[in-house]
Design a protein around this ligand. Structure first.
Ligand code: SF4
Length: 321
């Protein structure tokens, strides 16, 4: 049992709640420096389509489906002209394929007709796209456009309630309640971290309280297994016992991604100064320690997803929003 438990929630002032919420976010940032969007994408179009496809299935399943899909339909125009039967066959593994097929064709048509083929970068436009609600819009804004947003999926809703951040079941109210507690610049990353924590530790039915890094900050400590050894056996993905090598690799990939980003910045600065850029040094990248900033985590997506997908496959289907 944690030595110091969170204070009685009924006596917690709004300021104390905000401080506790931000502390939870900081501890989760340390626990999951590699937190990222678990859907694979290369541009806003791919992310919005992948997010629509992810309804009622796993990100792993979507990531197995989208490479062939985007090879055949690389942009909104191509998808708008897709043959419905062919498209349904391609996305069938994601489930609800007829409705999803209708949605993404209609979505692509609207992007072509109303937005000149480019996914819009404003919430009020995104939510007019078929199949896109606030959750999907915030995923796209935060991860494809760098505009902070809180994405309330089933994990985020459940954990926000357990943390005492909200008493609501309504995603819009939850988004509003949490956005009043967490700094705007952190909205995208707190979404990733809370969802990571929900998938790996604070599960819907068997939360691993005894292995939880925020146990002392959580008023719901004790609703799950509190024995440390038994709780560790409930951990999933790269945190599960026996996955230490995968965890180390994911952390080092974040470091490497940060060096790629710095290299891009150096090259841009040298181009603007009219000087040729030096070749990138992998040795330098590999010598850099763990980095915990949002940009590096986003850049890391392309290197992390392959490993995380393999890990997820070997561990079975994830609990899914
Ligand atoms: S695992 Fe337990 S202690 Fe940790 S956040 Fe969930 S309910 Fe709270």
């Amino acid at each position: 049992m944690p030595s110091t438990r969170v204070a009685d929630r009924s006596a917690e002032s709004p300021l104390a709640l905000k401080r506790r919420a931000r502390k939870i976010n900081r501890v989760l940032a340390e626990a999951y420096p590699y937190a990222h969007a678990e859907l694979d994408f290369r541009n806003p179009f791919e992310l919005v389509v992948a997010t629509v496809l992810s309804a009622q299935t796993t990100d792993v399943r979507v990531n197995l489906t989208t490479p062939a899909l985007f090879a055949k339909y690389p942009d909104a125009k191509a998808l708008a002209e897709a043959n419905t039967a062919e498209l349904e066959t391609m996305i069938q593994p994601t489930g609800f394929f007829r409705a999803k097929s209708r949605s993404i064709i209609a979505l692509a048509n609207r992007i072509v007709d109303e937005y000149d083929g480019e996914v819009p970068a404003r919430m009020e436009d995104l939510v007019t796209l078929p199949g896109v609600g606030r959750k999907t819009a915030n995923v796209v804004l935060g991860n494809a456009f760098g505009i902070p947003g809180i994405s309330v999926d089933t994990h985020f809703a459940r954990l926000s309630q357990r943390f005492g951040w909200t008493t609501s079941d309504d995603p819009v109210k939850i988004e509003s309640d949490v956005s009043a507690l967490i700094e705007p610049a952190e909205w995208t990353m707190v979404s990733h971290r809370v969802i990571f924590h929900g998938r790996r530790v604070c599960h819907a039915r068997k939360p691993a309280c005894g292995a939880c890094p925020i146990a002392t900050l959580c008023p719901s400590y004790g609703m799950g297994e509190t024995d440390p050894e038994k709780a560790r056996k409930l951990l999933k993905y790269e945190l599960a016992p026996g996955q230490e090598e995968l965890l180390a690799r994911m952390r080092s990939d974040v470091s490497r991604a940060a060096e790629y980003r710095r290299q891009d910045q150096r090259e841009a600065a040298q181009r603007s100064a009219g000087r040729p850029a030096p070749a990138f040094s992998v040795e330098v990248a590999e010598s850099v320690g763990p980095v915990e900033d949002a940009d590096s985590t986003r850049v890391a997506d392309s290197t992390l997803v392959a490993d995380s997908t393999r890990a997820n496959d070997s561990l079975g289907a994830e609990e899914k929003s």
